[in-house]
Design a protein around this ligand. Structure first.
Ligand code: S3P
Length: 169
């Protein structure tokens, strides 16, 4: 039994990719909060936003966090806005080590598939502003800040760094 590994950061910073590889390497289960919410709702994240609004989606995130914080040995890839709700991230931090994957927002936006992301529809400058607004929040909750680069080598480096941190006695 071990504490959860919680990955936070902007949309497109690599939480799901890194989470999948990390979970495989550590022999843990990956939970992607967006994917689980979409699966349980039987509809996509953009559909949830369009049909019921952001507040409804945030309530689903909050309920899921309460549930996940009672479990152990998970790698949890969080939706980008999840740490904005104290009540959602606080229980996850209680029972987990929080890693902020901090990637340059311009680089992130340029590589981002905006189609499935309702809050990335207003262009690059809006995305950068959103990053700037959120950075203090991510910093506040992070136990570790992991600067992220681009490409497979950077991902491998990132995973090794997190692996070292969580494997240390
Ligand atoms: C959001 C990020 C998305 C998803 C939703 C809102 C945000 O997750 O939860 O569209 O507020 O940043 P990803 O970070 O996995 O794209």
């Amino acid at each position: 039994m071990s504490k959860n590994i919680v990955l936070i950061g902007m949309m497109g910073c690599g939480k799901t990719t890194v989470g999948r590889l990390l979970a495989r390497r550590l022999g843990l289960e990956l939970v992607d909060t967006d994917a689980l919410i979409a699966e349980r709702q039987g509809r996509s994240i953009p559909d949830i936003f369009a049909q019921d609004g952001e507040a409804y989606f945030r309530a689903l995130e909050l309920a899921l966090c309460r549930e996940l914080s009672e479990q152990d040995s998970l790698v949890i890839a969080c939706g980008g806005g999840l740490p904005l709700q104290d009540k959602a991230i606080d229980p996850l931090k209680e029972n987990g080590m929080v890693f902020w994957l901090d990637r340059d927002p311009r680089e992130t936006y340029d590589a981002l598939d905006v189609s499935g992301r309702p809050l990335a529809q207003a262009g690059r400058e809006d995305f950068v502003r959103r990053y700037q607004d959120r950075a203090p929040v991510y910093r506040r909750w992070a136990d570790y800040i992991i600067p992220c680069g681009d490409g497979p080598q950077a991902v491998e480096q990132l995973i090794s760094t997190i692996y070292r941190e969580v494997s240390e006695p």
